[in-house]
Ligand binder design. Structure first.
Ligand code: SF4
Ligand code: SF4
Length: 438
């Protein structure tokens, strides 16, 4: 059985990792469907942000209760998974607790006892998270975009963590050799009595089952990430690294429009100068975004990173005053459409076949887009540096510049600026008349 079990372990391990690698490839392919955008500037500041915000969770803890619980789950989960290294070596080479052969018993005991304490803390945090979602029903988990799969996904991951942590503790509690060490079993020694009276063979069977289920569970978890909002466990790091560094209120100029205005204002400009040859210097194929491929890649990375926490929506003045807009929904819609486009490409041998749908209208309506006050509260609130506003602005650009579909009030204002040099319906000489309106 020994060698067969090692082979079986290797097959399961490499299948799990292989499937994960395939999903990661699809993920990168989908993100690269977005437009090119050079974000290679200011590496030290980006690194600092990544360490503070993604690793240090500095924005998470702005809401102390959920922030603290999240840190417990995050730290606990990451550290306990160091144990996976031992499981993998044991599984591949048929050893048992290889750590005991390479580390002094006291060091090994210290490590495992740390893992056991963290496992209990994770269990407690996960139970509180579950209560917040399902019993207390905190408002930001109840919006319409959080029904169906997003709601189930939020709970599934909690169940996953309960199962994985419990298996880890049961595995330790039923390992007679480990319990006999009396080192590292700070928690499992209290679980072990639950199995007292059982035959040694039965205990061994339970220990082995917990061991196998634990590693299989971790591989399933790894592959589940691709289908879940929990991709943020991995993507929060690059997402924060590439986050916006310019002041929040600074919106990018449209280079084509800027160029036109500069030409109009420059008395020395040559109106017959050679037309630009590339899209980068001249008029783009399309202004703004009506579908995911029109958005810069960073917006697509943002969409896959969204944790669906709803902190953005809970601070959005448009949402708070009953408008249809929810910045979280903007991110979820972008991700769902991107996933749909990715599936389309997979089904059509690597080529996107128009499906008669797009992000605009089929997912996000103009009503939502025009409800935005561009206040940046959502950007400020996001714990992983996501920028829903930039997607909104790209889509508004499309509506204005490609469809001339701005709301009437805006159209009037834009015509007035064009004709009168001011947003008011007066001619140039009377442009200060606005003060008489007060
Ligand atoms: S920028 Fe727009 S979407 Fe974001 S919080 Fe403000 S109003 Fe809401
Ligand atoms: S955009 Fe940020 S704040 Fe909003 S739901 Fe996603 S992760 Fe949370």
């Amino acid at each position: 059985m020994g060698i067969l079990s090692n082979i079986l372990f290797a097959i399961i391990l490499f299948a799990g990792i292989g499937f994960f690698a395939k999903n990661v490839k699809s993920l990168f392919r989908n993100i690269k469907l977005g437009k090119d955008k050079d974000i290679s500037d200011n590496k030290p500041e980006r690194l600092k942000n990544m360490i503070n915000i993604a690793l240090g969770q500095s924005k998470m803890v702005k809401r102390p209760v959920s922030g603290f619980l999240h840190v417990v789950v995050y730290v606990g989960f990451i550290i306990i998974n160091i144990e996976v290294l031992e499981i993998i070596i044991d599984g591949l080479f048929g050893t048992h607790r290889i750590g005991l052969s390479v580390l002094p018993t006291s060091v090994y005991g210290f490590l495992i006892s740390t893992f056991e304490v963290l496992a209990v803390l994770v269990l407690v945090a996960v139970v509180i998270f579950w209560i917040r979602r399902n019993v207390i029903k905190i408002k930001r988990f109840l919006s319409s975009e959080m029904s169906g799969w997003p709601k189930a996904d939020g709970n599934i991951i909690l169940y996953f963590e309960v199962v994985l942590m419990s298996l880890f503790l049961i595995m330790n509690a039923t390992d007679l050799e480990f319990q006999a060490l009396s080192s590292g079993n700070v928690i499992s020694q209290f679980i072990a009595p639950l199995f007292s009276g059982m035959a040694e063979g039965t205990l061994h069977l339970i220990e082995r089952s917990a061991w196998w289920l634990h590693i299989i569970g971790i591989l399933v978890f790894l592959n589940y990430l691709y289908y879940s909002k929990h991709l943020h466990i991995l993507l929060a790091f690059p997402n924060v690294y590439y986050g916006k560094l310019t002041p929040k209120g600074q919106l990018p100029n449209n280079p084509t429009v800027t160029k036109e205005v500069m030409l109009m204002m420059d008395p020395n400009a040559d109106p017959f100068a050679a037309a630009p040859e590339t899209e980068a210097e001249g008029e783009p194929e399309k202004f703004g975004a009506s579908d995911v491929q029109d958005l810069p890649w960073i917006n697509l990375l943002n969409a896959y990173t969204c944790t669906e926490c709803g902190r953005c929506t809970s601070e959005c003045p448009a949402n708070l005053t009953g408008k249809k807009l929810s910045p979280r929904k903007i991110m979820m819609d972008t991700r769902d459409r991107l996933t749909e486009v990715g599936k389309n490409i997979d089904a059509n041998k690597g080529v996107f076949v128009p499906d008669g749908k797009q992000l605009l209208n089929d997912y996000i309506t103009p009503e939502e887009l025009w409800a935005c006050t561009s206040c940046n509260a959502c950007v400020e609130a996001c714990p992983v540096s996501i920028d829903p506003l930039s997607i909104i602005m790209e889509m508004r650009s499309y509506l204005v510049m490609e469809e001339s579909a701005a709301p009437t009030e805006l159209n009037n204002m834009m015509s007035n600026i064009e004709n009168n040099g001011a947003p008011w319906p007066y001619n140039q000489q009377d442009r200060l008349n606005w003060k008489n309106e007060a």
